[in-house]
Design a protein around this ligand. Structure first.
Ligand SMILES: Cc1cc2nc3c(=O)[nH]c(=O)nc-3n(C[C@H](O)[C@H](O)[C@H](O)COP(=O)(O)OP(=O)(O)OC[C@H]3O[C@@H](n4cnc5c(N)ncnc54)[C@H](O)[C@@H]3O)c2cc1C
Length: 275
């Protein structure tokens, strides 16, 4: 499946508001995928003689589940000035694109734990099919907490995915980093020992969120990101400030002065800003 390229027609384009759009493609008969998958989407002119023009392709999560019978992706049309987004925003139903490189790194884990989804902006596109899969079959999942970090408070698919007490689904929206931290620090709300955390967002967001989870003793094995295991390893093991501190500094440089000098120890005689 990963190496097969499909030419697919746009069936519909849904305006999700705030310059976000969902592109709905016809599903080729033999194309299948798991929840939490992503694809590469090349514009029609982005593939010639089997060669992909990198400027005319991007990766996207498939926001639908297989039973819906269509392949959808959701994105921001104003994420940058890229030629890709400019061209994408001019496409209409009936136009065609290429889909290839389907991979799943975020499947639902049925290990009798709680699932916590943490997404930034259109990252909800990755979570939707996982939540839908849970809605259809709750086996091996205790509860779902869906945390959307969205400055506007208007998270993607909000009419469809919110709270459902009968299915143990709770959706929380954080409009700021402070609100997000408050949610994570609400010890009654999240069981850090018994949950699996799915995180989608920018690299910076992944790094910060993984650090917050690590500080709460969440093990790497219980964190899922839409990247390789090496990337997760890298984010999880970002050295903390303490471990970055150079203890035996003179081994590295004879001119290096530690910031914690006692007053008067510097040759400035008290005129510089060293304290
Ligand atoms: C596995 C995977 C799944 C993805 N799924 C989606 C999806 O479902 N919907 C979606 O809209 N995008 C998704 N993306 C990102 C997507 O491929 C594009 O990079 C993104 O939409 C921005 O496209 P662009 O052409 O505007 O900017 P690009 O030309 O791709 O990037 C411009 C600059 O912005 C940076 N950048 C790109 N994306 C982000 C971001 N999210 N936050 C901060 N900086 C960023 C890049 O590093 C680059 O420096 C996914 C990426 C990967 C790797």
């Amino acid at each position: 499946m990963k190496n097969v390229t499909y030419k697919v027609r746009i069936k519909n384009i849904i305006d999700e508001g705030k310059k976000r759009a969902t592109y709905v493609f016809e599903k080729p008969k033999e194309f299948s995928w798991q929840e939490g998958s992503h694809i590469s989407l090349a514009l029609e002119e982005g593939l010639t003689n089997g060669q992909v023009n990198k400027d005319l392709m991007r990766k996207f999560s498939i926001s639908t589940t297989l039973d819906e019978g269509v392949i959808s992706i959701s994105t921001r049309l104003d994420s940058s000035d890229s030629i890709y987004k400019k061209k994408l925003s001019t496409l209409c139903p009936g136009d065609q694109c290429y889909i290839y490189g389907c991979e799943s790194k975020m499947p639902i884990r049925r290990e009798d734990k709680n699932l916590v989804f943490i997404s930034m902006g259109v990252g909800m596109a990755t979570m939707r099919p996982i939540i839908r899969t849970y809605q259809q079959d709750q086996t091996g999942v205790r509860s779902v907490k869906n945390i959307c970090v969205d400055r506007t408070g208007d998270h993607l698919y909000k009419d469809e995915i919110s709270c459902d007490k009968s299915l143990n689904i709770d959706t929380l929206v954080a409009k700021s980093r402070g609100e997000f931290k408050d949610i994570l620090n609400d010890g009654l709300s999240i069981d850090y020992n018994d949950s699996i955390f799915y995180i989608v967002g920018s690299n910076e967001f992944l790094k910060d969120t993984i650090k917050l989870l690590k500080d709460k003793n969440v093990r790497k094995e219980n964190i899922m990101i839409d990247k390789s295991s090496e990337s997760l390893e890298k984010y999880y093991n970002v050295p903390s400030y303490e471990t970055m501190k150079v203890k035996d500094y003179q081994k590295f440089s004879s001119s290096f002065m530690p910031l914690g000098l006692t007053p008067g120890a510097c040759s400035c005689g008290g005129n510089c800003t060293c304290k």
